[in-house]
Design a protein around this ligand. Structure first.
Ligand SMILES: Nc1ncnc2c1ncn2[C@@H]1O[C@H](COP(=O)(O)OP(=O)(O)OP(=O)(O)O)[C@@H](O)[C@H]1O
Ligand SMILES: [Mg+2]
Length: 303
């Protein structure tokens, strides 16, 4: 059974904005899945519908076999949400925030302390348990929201831009933490516009653009969408005129380097080397640049 099923989901807001246009996809149990897209693509709208914070206009949304509208309570208890916007009570203490949230999910008082302690220790926040939320840094507040989402040990964790405004070191440690949770069996849905984050963590990625899913595949298959490689030829001295034989590689001159592109599937790398040799240019080194998810993203959203 899939952990998340979305079928023909459409969302129109009251002001006429169509945020989601008949999207369908599902996320397997145990998967680490990303919704990647620019601002306004519809990521948060999707998540809000999954967690009952927004009403769908049409379509079906299931968490395991629970319909998020018809079986709201059961569906909601299966998921932990880290929202994009801070929604903690600034005057509440960290410990109490978690204590009350545990109550919301029906965890008996006697079991709350040990759960809170282990979560706060894992996230490096135990020392701050008696601080008011307003006394924490932005990154620490984000971690409190993560702890709050996990207090009832949900089968599905939904992270809406979980590392926005978080420093590089904390981001890396959160990535490790999320990866470990996923390895222990939690299905994770993440939204991000940090392409690096999706690339680093997720097995499959859906690219969302203007309320549509314009691509959905494994990371490697998405990278293959862009079957080209950039080759940088660094020369011993600057070049003023581009050798005509290199024009077919879409060559561009950049100071003392030449940028060329080839399609690796067409296997024309040795031809390129031949052409380069014939130009008699004095070559200092050749570098190849890996296609990144960013290239794929730009390519797809431009289309
Ligand atoms: N409550 C609302 N009322 C009207 N329109 C809304 C509402 N919430 C979102 N929208 C619109 O829906 C579209 C999708 O917004 P959404 O918040 O889902 O995007 P997002 O992909 O999460 O973007 P971001 O990366 O900026 O968080 C946008 O055009 C937005 O203006
Ligand atoms: Mg959003």
């Amino acid at each position: 059974m899939d952990a998340i099923t979305i079928r023909n989901l459409t969302k129109k807001y009251g002001d006429g904005t169509v945020a989601l246009q008949n999207i369908s996809f599902s996320i397997k149990k145990g998967e680490f899945f990303a919704l990647l897209g620019p601002n306004g693509a519809g990521k948060t709208t999707t998540i809000n519908i999954l967690t009952g914070l927004a009403n769908k206009t049409s379509g079906d949304v299931l968490l395991f076999d629970q319909d998020v509208v018809r079986n709201y309570q059961q569906a909601r208890s299966l998921v932990g949400l880290v929202p994009q916007e801070f929604n903690l009570d600034q005057f509440d203490k960290v410990y109490n925030t978690l204590f009350f949230n545990a109550g919301y999910f029906g965890i008996p008082r006697s079991q709350r302390h040990s759960k809170i302690e282990s979560l706060l220790r894992e996230l490096g926040l135990w020392e701050k348990r008696y601080s008011k939320v307003r006394e924490l840094s932005g990154g620490m507040k984000r971690k409190v929201m993560i702890a709050r989402a996990l207090i009832h040990e949900p089968k599905i964790l939904i992270l809406d831009e979980p590392t926005a405004g978080v420093d590089v070191e904390t981001r890396k440690s959160l990535w490790t933490y999320f990866r470990r949770l996923n390895q222990k069996g939690t299905t994770i849905l993440l939204t991000t516009h940090y392409i690096e984050e999706a690339e680093e963590l997720c097995q499959r990625i859906a690219i969302v653009h203007k309320g549509n899913i314009i691509a959905l595949d494994t990371k490697n298959n998405l990278l293959e969408l862009l079957e080209r490689e950039t080759i940088k030829v660094v020369l011993s001295e600057p070049l003023s005129v581009l050798p005509p034989s290199l024009k077919k590689y879409g060559a561009a001159v950049q100071h003392n380097a030449l940028l060329l592109t080839i399609n690796p599937k067409q296997n024309n790398f040795s031809k390129l080397l031949d052409d380069l040799r014939k130009t008699k240019l004095s070559i200092r080194k050749i570098e190849t640049e890996r296609t990144t998810l960013e290239d794929v993203f730009l390519h797809l959203t431009k289309k």
